[in-house]
Design a protein around this ligand. Structure first.
Ligand code: ADP
Length: 266
């Protein structure tokens, strides 16, 4: 078979998308989708920055909920689908918008998932974007192979989200290995749930990794930047449950400062 003609169509569609950033994690539950959603809000806080977030976690889409647009519908525009806009400069696309209910399961094999991901890139009117954030499923699966093939060499880089525990860090190595084999540049690692800042005394407890920073050591070993350490902050969980930006409620918290640092680096 010759080259997939759709690749050219995808490239043309995304011509005006400056940074294409994959958000990866070795394990589920480390806060990858939370991070993607809150990073999208943080980037879009600058109204001159156009942001898109696409959820290619076909079997477990959570961006619509986290970004406050669950239950919205995707509309046909003149030239494809229009993303769901949660702010003037922040559009979201997810299979979650096409499911009959939040409880509906998607049980698809690789080729069908690949087709959907292709549609998200080829058939959506993304327009001019400064950032397209791609929320991926945990691990390295069909979805990752699809996105790497479809964006062929044009991925700006990947951010790997982890928690400080050794079991999570072990899986980060696999993600890094995947990126290196697939030719995806790595922007760096984000350590989520790095500690807990007590809301009353503001003291920080290193609840998962009481001795030293495991992600920091891993980054030093692998020669990667540690983009930031985001503590557990109940306000983040609450904001995600309500589909809003936690930065709106606690702009001066250590977590918000960590996000600001990451925005400045990417
Ligand atoms: P993943 O996408 O890696 O599976 P999620 O983003 O769904 O993980 O996060 C898992 C849970 O942890 C969610 O309930 C989310 O609200 C919560 N969470 C993630 N990061 C934080 C944080 N820094 N502080 C508080 N809660 C968090």
């Amino acid at each position: 078979a010759g080259p997939d003609p759709d690749l050219g169509v995808v490239a043309e569609r995304l011509r005006d998308v400056r940074h294409r950033v994959l958000i990866l994690s070795g394990k589920g539950g480390v806060g990858k989708s939370t991070f993607t959603g809150q990073l999208a809000f943080a980037l879009a806080d600058d109204e001159s920055v156009e942001v898109g977030a696409v959820d290619i976690d076909i079997c477990g889409p959570s961006l619509p909920h986290i970004m406050g647009c669950a239950g919205d519908e995707v509309h046909r525009a003149a030239d494809g689908w229009s993303p769901v806009y949660v702010r003037d400069n922040l559009g979201v696309m997810s299979i979650g918008f096409m499911l009959p209910s939040d409880e509906a399961a998607v049980i698809w094999r690789g080729p069908k998932k690949n087709g959907m991901i292709k549609q998200f890139l080829r058939d959506v009117e993304w327009g001019r974007l400064d950032y397209l954030l791609v929320d991926t499923p945990p691990g390295t699966s069909d979805e990752h192979l699809s996105i790497v093939q479809l964006l062929k060499g044009s991925i700006t880089g990947a951010i790997v989200v982890t928690t400080p525990q050794e079991v999570a860090l072990q899986d980060v190595r696999k993600e890094i290995d995947f990126c290196r084999k697939a030719g995806v540049p790595i922007l760096g690692v984000v350590e989520n749930m790095s500690g807990f800042v007590c809301p009353s005394c503001h003291g920080e407890s290193r609840i998962f990794y009481p001795t030293t920073g495991g992600a920091k050591a891993l980054c030093a070993e692998l020669g990667l930047p540690l983009l930031g350490s985001i503590p557990l902050d109940p306000r983040i969980g609450r904001a995600c449950d309500f589909g809003s930006s936690f930065l709106d409620t606690c702009a001066d918290s250590p977590a918000a400062q960590a996000y600001a640092g990451i925005v400045a680096e990417i």
